[in-house]
Write a protein that binds this ligand. Structure first.
Ligand SMILES: [Zn+2]
Length: 192
């Protein structure tokens, strides 16, 4: 699961003296929780300090049984300390607080109770550990399948969004063949 819906643009990779990964949400600035857990700590930025823990700016740390997940430089925070959070829940809005030069989220994963070790965060946020643009594959549902069947049977007119989503062979129309393909994907058969 990715932090942002739509485009997740990695601007700085993890490694060297960079303990996390920097990601910009170009489509939607909502920072979403990547794993179920509990809000372990909330830090509010003082508006000026760029060193020490304040370098993280407005920060949310979520903990599960093994790891801590840091969401840093937030513009605003949507959770409270001690709150249980689920994957996909809104953590806050991407920002540029703390030691930051532009809006992004610095996402960090740490293990260990007292001697926290920073680990490669990319397996937890669905991007690769290098600069680039990443998007979550669209998950087809049976509702999409029903819509495609309706259009194929001329019971409904396709919208531009339908064509973008349901025209699987890209021939500009939605046929029963497209509908079958959508249904296969919805049933997670042959999903690429
Ligand atoms: Zn960073």
């Amino acid at each position: 699961m990715m932090i942002f819906k739509g485009i997740n643009r990695v601007t700085q990779a993890y490694g060297g003296n960079h303990g996390g990964i920097d990601i910009v949400g170009d489509t939607d600035p909502t920072v979403r929780c990547v794993a179920d857990g509990t809000v372990y700590l909330i830090q509010k930025w003082d508006g000026k300090t760029k060193t020490g823990s304040q370098s993280y700016g407005n920060l949310v740390i979520v903990i599960d049984d093994k790891k801590r997940y840091y969401y840093a430089h937030l513009k605003s925070i949507a959770v409270k300390q001690g709150q249980k959070v689920k994957q996909g829940d809104t953590i806050g809005i991407m920002g540029s607080t703390g030691n930051s030069t532009g809006p992004h989220v610095h996402f960090e994963v740490r293990t260990g109770a007292t001697t926290a070790t920073r680990i490669d965060p990319t397996p937890y946020c669905g991007v690769e550990n290098r600069k680039g643009v990443y998007t979550e594959p669209y998950r087809y549902t049976s509702k999409d399948g029903r819509r495609a069947l309706q259009i194929a049977a001329r019971l409904a007119k396709p919208t531009p969004d339908d064509l973008k989503l349901l025209d699987m062979d890209g021939d500009g129309k939605i046929t029963t063949k497209d509908a079958r393909e959508v249904l296969r994907k919805a049933a997670k058969l042959n999903v690429k």
